[in-house]
Design a protein around this ligand. Structure first.
Ligand SMILES: [Zn+2]
Length: 113
C-alpha cells in the first residue's frame, strides 16, 4: 500500500498519508492549517516492500515511469536483476557503492574521477 508524502502549499507542513483509493487523495487537507491545496512529493513515494520484493516484481523489459527513477531505492535494481539472472554475486562492494549512490549520488561521481 503506498504512503505518499504531501506538502501544504499554504504553510509548508509535510505529512505522510496512506492512500488506499485515489478518491481519498481529494479529501485530504493539511493537518496544520486545513488547506486543501497540497503537493504530492513524488520522489518520496514509499512502498512497504522489501528490496527482495522489488527485485522479484521488477521487469527489466518494461518501460518505467519517471517516478520509478526518482525513487532512489530503485537505483541499481536493473543491474541487480541482470546479475541475479546470470547467477552473478555482485558482492558487498557493489552493495556499498549502491548504498552510496542512493544516499549521496555526488560522492560516487567524485570517487570515480
Ligand atoms: Zn498547511
Amino acid at each position: 500500500m503506498p504512503i505518499y508524502e504531501y506538502e501544504c502549499r499554504q504553510c509548508g507542513q509535510r505529512f505522510q498519508q496512506l492512500i488506499m483509493k485515489p478518491e481519498e487523495e481529494k479529501e485530504l487537507d493539511c493537518p496544520g492549517c486545513g488547506e486543501r491545496k497540497l503537493d504530492r512529493l513524488i520522489s518520496r513515494v514509499a512502498y512497504h516492500v522489501s528490496e527482495a520484493d522489488r527485485l522479484s516484481t521488477y521487469d527489466p523489459g518494461a518501460r518505467q515511469e519517471d517516478s520509478f527513477y526518482r525513487d532512489s531505492r530503485n537505483i541499481g535494481l536493473h543491474a541487480k536483476k541482470q546479475a541475479e539472472k546470470m547467477g552473478v554475486d555482485l558482492g558487498g562492494a557493489f552493495e556499498s557503492k549502491l548504498e552510496k549512490l542512493r544516499t549521496d549520488p555526488g560522492s560516487v561521481l567524485k570517487d570515480s574521477e
